[in-house]
Design a binder for this molecule. Sequence first.
Ligand SMILES: CC(C)(COP(=O)(O)OP(=O)(O)OC[C@H]1O[C@@H](n2cnc3c(N)ncnc32)[C@H](O)[C@@H]1OP(=O)(O)O)[C@@H](O)C(=O)NCCC(=O)NCCS
Length: 222
Amino acid sequence: MTHVAPSASFPRMATGDENPSPKKKPIWIGEMELEDIPKVFELGEELFTADRWPTLYRTWNQYDLIERFASDGEFCLIAEDENDQLIGFAIGTVIIKRASAWDYGHLLWLGVRPGLAGKGIGKRLVAKLTDLFIEGGARMMIVDTDSENEGALRFFRASGFGQETEHIYLYKNLTSHPKYEKKMAEERAARPRRRAPSGVPRVPTATVPPEAPLVAVEKDDA
Ligand SMILES: CC(C)(COP(=O)(O)OP(=O)(O)OC[C@H]1O[C@@H](n2cnc3c(N)ncnc32)[C@H](O)[C@@H]1OP(=O)(O)O)[C@@H](O)C(=O)NCCC(=O)NCCS
């Protein structure tokens, strides 16, 4: 991953939500910048954990975040406190349907730092993103989350979302698939052989890191 250092010639983009006076608002909502990506990723890692919401955990990754920032930067927002510390983010996209009069604003990811929930930060992020979606031509907004994510569901309902429909994720563990086993065997064969020092017993190495159970059926709103 290429890292570009922030520079003075790369100022924060104004979103119209800033305080016009020199005194900064306690909470600042604005466009995400390149240097924010690692902090946003870390906060997402804190929020979307395998034990709580496996689907959110599996689909939250830094490469997707970078791609989203590159393709939909105007719909990537952050919230910062008065000390410029990241306290929340909202990431979305506008889905344009060529054959339809309906374009959709999809809120893909939303997160508020644990400990700061219930202070209206999520609400402000969603309100700002909603404005941007409307400016981008959206006529309907879509949100989704794990069906077990009761807090987020209550938040979305309180924010005016409804018409709930179910979307089901199914998983299949591919590590016993013949193609996967063949690939692993080829990779093992290609690896340079290291000799264990004499007297030290060989310890087998796991090919797949431990993770939440893979064979599971979960429901998710789409
Ligand atoms: C869901 C989340 C984004 C809400 O953000 P927040 O800053 O705590 O929410 P707000 O303070 O702006 O609350 C807005 C409204 O939702 C309600 N609300 C928020 N969280 C709630 C909860 N857990 N239970 C009940 N109501 C809740 C608030 O009461 C408030 O209602 P009001 O406008 O009538 O006062 C935040 O809790 C979070 O980051 N959760 C973990 C990540 C996540 O689930 N993301 C969403 C799916 S990707």
